[in-house]
Design a protein around this ligand. Structure first.
Ligand code: DGL
Length: 270
């Protein structure tokens, strides 16, 4: 039993797709969320920038003494985690492994599409993991750079989002996949629009959701579940504008964020 918090971070709102699920399935846990909204989007950054950003995000969360840090960001999980692993003392859970497991369990025709940020697609992380699990799986990966700015602007149900989805997803529809990995944690916020284009027969895999189940399993197996933490004890920090984050996050989490969202200077943690 362990009453320390679970630290969760992303470049912005996307990681809330994972946090929301952690709050649902682990309601007694206290959580600390950091959204690096001053430096979003991550998906168009170089590998070097991403490693530095990840270091500062983790350094900040470590000031809260978490029992585990969840990298609720496909981009950091794909690019930075594989080269940082050993340096970090706190246990770290990224989104790739659990997402790949969920996609592999879902596919029947072994054709899996992946949509993610440009940096994640460039790394090939999801594809490599899928192929090493099952060499028979065929994959097609497409970067969708407009999706994150659309989500951060709250335009998840807009004509712009629909048009972007049609364009990005056309080659994936043509490839006949039966499963689509939403390889960026922002994308579940566009699930309705994505589903309209892909059709009902394609299963969408939400990387945040898959990862939350992995966090639960990790805490159970290591006897780290909260014993006496107050239910709903959650803290939120951002590096950019507090008000727009609070407004969009409240709508997404479907509950009022009761504590203050605090703005921090993330550069201090580099
Ligand atoms: N939500 C993140 C991801 O899963 C980052 C997206 C971005 O900032 O470009 O990749």
């Amino acid at each position: 039993m362990n009453d320390k918090c679970i630290g969760v971070f992303d470049s912005g709102l996307g990681g809330l797709t994972c946090l929301k699920e952690i709050m649902n399935i682990l309601p007694r846990e206290s959580t600390v969320y950091f959204g690096d909204t001053a430096r979003v989007p991550y998906g168009t950054r170089t590998n070097e920038e991403l490693i530095n950003f990840a270091k500062s995000d983790i350094n900040f969360l470590q000031t809260h003494n978490p029992k585990v840090i969840v990298v609720a960001c496909g981009t950091v999980s794909s690019v930075a985690l594989p080269v940082m692993g050993e340096e970090i003392k706190t246990p770290i859970i990224g989104v790739i492994d659990s997402t790949v497991e969920a996609a592999h369990a879902a596919t029947k025709n072994k054709k899996i599409g992946i949509i993610a940020t440009e940096a994640s697609v460039r790394s090939g992380a999801y594809e490599k993991r899928l192929k090493s699990k099952d060499p028979e799986v065929e994959t097609i990966a497409v970067g969708c750079p407009l999706f994150v700015p659309l989500v951060e602007a709250g335009k998840t149900n807009s004509e712009e989002a629909r048009n972007a989805a049609k364009e990005y997803l056309a080659p994936i529809v043509a490839a006949g996949v039966d499963t689509l990995i939403l390889g960026c944690t922002h994308y579940p916020l566009l699930a309705d629009v994505i589903s309209e284009v892909m059709g009902d027969s394609v299963t969408l895999i939400d990387s945040g959701k898959a990862t939350a189940s992995c966090v639960k399993k990790f805490l159970e197996e290591n006897n780290l579940l909260a014993f006496d933490a107050q239910a709903d004890d959650s803290k939120f920090y951002v590096s950019g504008d507090v008000h727009s984050f609070k407004r969009l996050a409240t709508a997404f989490l479907e509950k009022e964020i009761e504590t203050e969202v605090e703005k921090i200077n993330i550069e201090k943690y580099m």
